[in-house]
Design a protein around this ligand. Structure first.
Ligand code: M6R
Length: 601
């Protein structure tokens, strides 16, 4: 969480940093700030709220000759979102921006107070900034001061640093938070993510934990532990300039929902062209483990359903935040699959490192090229959702589901539970029909009507069986995330074991029933809810008469062969959340308290 950017060159640093911060805003958006080096010295501007607020303040300052600077967009960990807690933090000697958490900030604060430092923010970052100031006063050498600083720190960090004595130079150091150095012509950058400088350069260096970088407009020096100069590989990003266009859509989330057919087709095309492990890789696997967070975990749960159903291989699933601390039982023929859109989620990355330390096969399903999770896994299945800007994940979820299906089918082939022809025909069917199927969901007018009912209530429940249970979890998360309506998801048969006590007259219960295997059973569960006053909104195929007849409102998805139903039902629940949030006037693309990339545990 938090996005950092730094620029040094002949361009207007304040403008370049502002536009970079807009591109990094997905990482946090509760406050923002920048320190700019000008002929009149270091100038710092901060604001509570969005980068657009910062932009107004920066413009009003009319910096002259702003040749270097660092900027930050924040997702609060220590201290409320406010101007005083916004970064950069520091002193007249040094200013820094930080992404991560300093876990021992309380002890550092105590110690620094004894040296006369006064804290006017509640952040952990200010302690790091003052510590660096103290070291710099003693050392009078920037690199040595930074090397000494990090000896004091526990936790995670990526820092962008400017010393007043060297106003054209940015320093950077990282541990467990991402940091890239963008290489331009007569200008250089640092950023949490390529997107922040991709409009200027595609060439970059990846800073590793413990390395210290010194960056001017014409030179980049990287030092390893012990002060040894390192010559790092230069990488070239294979993404184009980040599109900030909404292309006529009111919100990025809606645009991204509509991009799903193409994203799924692109993912299938890419993976079917030899870009995923072949059947030999899956042949000896005895147990799958799947771990991830949030929406990615829901894709993992659907993956579990696919793998167990098609390949008859047992699958254990565990949220990454639990997995990493539970001393998981892993055996040599197991494989651990890790799913992540960003490829940098702290818990998922920690789970991966734990598995790597046990020498067990790891397979990541990742949307971001070259991300930490992709780099550190034995094997990667890249999904092709493209850039997802809305915080609420939509197209990244459906491509993860597609990737899990392909993984399940490959495993089924490897285990001789299915022929290649059978697997290909399922994939081919999805590839050829997903557009038609999802378009019919996009054109449904029942979704908006159902969202009217939901938007008037405080509590909503989702029920489902089989993979529909997991789709319910995703629908519930989406609704909470962007509409702030309380919602819970249950396996349909489980509701009566307690939660049904919360059903009262008019409580919306969204029954996802796309698998005819369960129609009779879920129909009974719907009746149980109805007889307690619940209002049933079902998501079911057009020909699911048994479900339709017990529903108050039915959102119909095409009768297509089963493989497409998880995708069309996913689109339906995403749109349900979207329209509900829109009716309530919520900030759909940037919901409160959230950030897209969760790089703290
Ligand atoms: O980047 P990741 O896929 O690892 O992110 C995992 C979750 O943080 C993410 O899916 C989150 O739940 C989304 N905001 C949900 O829409």
């Amino acid at each position: 969480m938090c996005g950092i950017i730094g620029y040094t060159g002949y361009g207007d640093a304040s403008e370049i940093i502002t536009s970079g911060l807009h591109l990094l805003e997905y990482r946090g958006y509760d406050s923002a700030g920048m320190t700019i080096c000008t002929d009149s010295g270091l100038m710092t501007v901060k604001t509570e709220g969005r980068v657009s607020e910062l932009e107004k303040k920066v413009k009003s300052k009319q910096f002259k000759n702003a040749f270097c600077g660092i900027g930050h967009t924040r997702w609060a960990t220590h201290g409320e979102p406010s101007e005083k807690n916004a970064h950069p933090h520091g002193t007249g000697n040094v200013m820094l921006v930080h992404n991560g958490i300093i876990e021992n900030c309380a002890e550092l604060r105590q110690m620094l107070k004894k040296h006369g430092y006064r804290f006017d923010s509640d952040t952990d970052t200010q302690a790091a900034a003052y510590m660096l100031d103290l070291e710099y006063k003693e050392e009078k050498d920037s690199i040595k001061a930074i090397a000494d600083l990090i000896k004091h720190l526990k936790g995670s960090y990526a820092f962008g640093i400017i010393f007043a004595d060297e106003p054209d130079t940015i320093y950077s150091v990282k541990k467990d938070s991402p940091l890239l150095i963008g290489i331009g012509e007569n200008e250089n950058f640092i950023a949490s993510d390529i997107s922040a400088f991709i409009n200027h350069t595609k060439k970059y260096i990846r800073l590793c934990d413990g390395e210290i970088a010194r960056i001017t407009k014409s030179d980049i020096e990287v030092y390893g532990t012990g002060g040894k100069r390192l010559f790092k590989d230069i990488e070239t990003a294979d993404i184009g300039a980040v599109e900030l266009e909404k292309k006529g859509f009111e919100h990025y989330m809606l645009k991204e929902i509509y991009e799903q057919p193409e994203a799924v087709r692109k993912t299938i095309r890419f993976l079917s062209n030899g870009n995923m492990p072949d059947t030999r890789y899956f042949k000896d696997i005895e147990v799958f483990h799947i771990t991830a967070c949030g929406t990615a975990m829901h894709a993992g749960l659907i993956g579990k359903y696919f793998i167990e159903n098609f390949a008859r291989v047992p699958v254990y699933t565990e949220l990454a935040g639990e997995f990493r601390y539970k001393n998981p039982i892993l055996s040599k023929n197991d494989i651990v699959a890790l799913i992540s859109q960003s490829g940098e989620t702290a818990d998922t990355l920690a789970a991966l490192r734990l598995v790597n330390s046990r020498n067990i096969k790891t397979l990541s399903i990742v949307n971001t090229d070259g991300s930490a999770i992709a780099r550190e896994s034995d094997n990667v299945i890249y999904t092709k959702a493209g850039t997802e800007i809305a915080v609420a994940s939509t197209k990244a979820f459906t491509v993860q589901v597609a990737a899990m299906l392909l993984t399940a089918l490959k495993t089924a082939e490897a285990k001789e539970k299915m022929t290649k022809g059978e697997a290909d025909s399922i994939i081919g069917y999805i590839y050829n029909n997903i557009e038609r199927s999802l378009l019919s969901v996009f054109h449904s007018d029942t979704i908006e009507k159902a969202s009217e009912i939901i938007s008037a209530r405080h509590d909503v429940f989702f029920i489902g069986r089989g993979y529909d249970n997991y789709l319910g979890m995703e629908g519930s998360l989406k609704l909470k995330e962007i509409s702030y309506i309380h919602s819970e998801a249950y396996a349909a048969g489980e509701l009566k074991h307690g939660t049904i006590s919360l059903i009262e007259k008019g409580t919306p219960v969204i029954a996802i029933a796309t698998d005819e295997l369960y129609y009779d059973k879920i129909k009974n569960n719907i009746e149980e809810v109805k007889s307690r006053g619940g209002y049933i909104i079902s998501v079911c195929p057009e020909n699911a008469e048994k479900i339709k007849e017990v529903s108050d409102t039915a959102i119909l998805i095409p009768n297509d062969d089963k493989p497409l139903r998880p995708f069309s039902a996913a689109a339906a629940i995403q749109l349900l959340a979207y329209h509900t949030a829109k009716k309530l006037g919520k900030d759909i693309d940037k919901p409160r308290n959230l950030a897209k990339s969760v790089t703290v545990e």
